[in-house]
Design a protein around this ligand. Structure first.
Ligand SMILES: Cc1cc2nc3c(=O)[nH]c(=O)nc-3n(C[C@H](O)[C@H](O)[C@H](O)COP(=O)(O)OP(=O)(O)OC[C@H]3O[C@@H](n4cnc5c(N)ncnc54)[C@H](O)[C@@H]3O)c2cc1C
Length: 264
């Protein structure tokens, strides 16, 4: 006689795996909810209030009567510093060497597949920042930079394509910022936020001219077809690991890393 309703033994592992999946999804929902709640609390408690819309001049943005600060560099450090200044009543001018599409500094120039390497809770560059996942990607990081930049009405206070060449203190003890084609003075303070990365650096390997394949910098992976190719990644840092992940995901036939081994 066949017993209706009893499961064949083969079903048991599937039931267990589906139960454990549901439990882990439930725990992950609770963790995400708590993470977002905590961030909203930080926004509420620590974000300085943006300037009121009533006091906005059409050319110079918000009218601020506090000390006048020059901020050099519109990466996350410069945007965050400028937002804090404005949020505390200081007037700012944000000088950025590159064009508008490079707001966000180094993050505007990396691969579209690049993402944060530290957990995002340690990457809250301004109290108004909110992350929805642990390792946000480039696009999401740039969205948060743009959000903070606009929230504190910095567009009217940002000078793009203005590489600063010199800063000088005058007899009136005010700072003058000198850039190609001009200068702007009357600053009570200067914040230098020009970053540490700069332009990509490409070493020259002796004999590389004889190599028939492509040689690229780790920031040039977008759109690269590695399928079926042998890939050698030179270096063993975070960008190298990102390049290895890219090559493996792109179905390279072989991936090797060439890295220095530190002395014991
Ligand atoms: C793929 C990748 C992943 C990373 N992951 C992490 C991570 O997980 N955690 C972490 O902490 N860091 C990480 N970093 C490091 C990253 O550099 C910093 O987190 C951060 O973005 C640096 O911001 P910044 O504003 O200080 O500098 P930058 O982003 O370099 O911005 C400096 C800005 O100053 C401008 N500038 C330079 N000179 C002048 C001048 N003379 N006049 C005017 N403007 C000038 C530049 O054009 C640039 O826009 C990562 C970097 C990369 C590339």
């Amino acid at each position: 006689m066949q017993v209706n309703g009893s499961c064949p033994p083969i079903m048991a592992p599937q039931i267990f795996s589906s139960i454990s999946y549901s439990i882990s999804a439930f725990i992950s929902d609770i963790v995400n909810f708590t993470y977002e709640l905590l961030q909203n609390l930080i926004v509420y408690l620590f974000s300085p209030a943006p300037p009121p819309h009533a006091n906005v001049n059409t050319t110079n943005g918000p009218i601020l009567t506090g000390p006048r600060i020059a901020v050099i560099g519109a990466g996350i450090s410069g945007v965050s510093a400028a937002a804090h200044c404005v949020g505390h009543g200081c007037d700012v001018v944000l000088f950025e060497a590159r064009p508008r599409h490079n707001l966000g500094g180094i993050w505007s120039r990396v691969n579209s597949t690049s993402s944060l390497q530290l957990y995002s809770i340690m990457y809250r560059f301004h109290p108004a920042v909110t992350w929805h996942r642990g390792f946000p990607n480039r696009q999401r990081i740039l969205q948060e930079v743009e959000k903070v930049w606009k929230m504190y009405m910095l567009p009217a206070k940002t000078r793009f394509k203005t590489p600063v060449r010199k800063i000088e203190r005058g007899v009136d003890l005010k700072w003058a910022v000198k850039f190609e084609g001009g200068e702007e003075g009357g600053f009570d303070g200067v914040i230098v936020a020009i970053g540490t990365c700069g332009d990509p650096k490409m070493p020259h390997f002796p004999g590389q001219e004889k190599f028939g394949g492509q040689i690229l910098h780790s920031s040039e992976l977008d759109g690269l077809d590695v399928s079926g190719k042998k890939v050698l990644v030179v270096g063993g840092g975070a960008s190298a690991i990102e390049a290895v992940e890219y090559a493996v995901a792109g179905k390279a036939s072989k991936v090797d890393i060439l890295a220095r081994v530190s002395a014991p």
